[in-house]
Design a protein around this ligand. Structure first.
Ligand SMILES: [Zn+2]
Ligand SMILES: [Zn+2]
Length: 141
């Protein structure tokens, strides 16, 4: 078990939640596949590991992991929900509208300048933002 995995299991333990095989497998999966994943993808992965689960179970487990702060929900504008580790550095996503592949990207200087402008013009203090790009990946063009 790698360190991140261990750290997250520890976090789960501290929260007072039980460490079940499904939760353990989900956390392991997020550590091994650091891309935003849909509940369906996660379910398929659990089944591959021989764990019996259904969509409702997966949703419930994900909700708990979100509450504890281990993972976060990303709402893409195609109304699909995906989940990824919340301990990752700030980043954005490239979403292929054809094959649904999602890539992480980092922007130079991110939106620092825009946020300063917003502060000046609107006197609005931005605490966070999310930004996803939609289009066609290399293979789908
Ligand atoms: Zn694609
Ligand atoms: Zn950003």
């Amino acid at each position: 078990m790698d360190r991140l995995n261990q750290k997250l299991i520890e976090k789960l333990k501290k929260s007072g939640e039980r460490i079940t095989p499904i939760r353990r497998a989900l956390i392991e999966n997020f550590c091994n596949h650091p891309k935003p994943q849909t509940p369906q993808e996660l379910l398929t992965n659990l089944e591959k590991k021989g764990l019996m689960a259904n969509k409702t179970t997966v949703y419930r487990q994900l909700e708990i992991l979100v509450q504890i702060g281990i993972i976060q929900e990303i709402n893409f504008s195609d109304r699909s929900k995906r989940y990824e580790l919340s301990s990752k550095d700030h980043h954005h996503h490239l979403v292929c509208q054809n094959c649904k592949k999602v890539e992480d990207i980092n922007l130079d200087n991110d939106l620092d300048r825009q946020e300063k402008k917003i502060w000046k013009k609107n006197h609005f203090k931005v605490l966070q933002h999310s930004l996803e790009f939609f289009g066609l990946c290399n293979r789908c063009q």
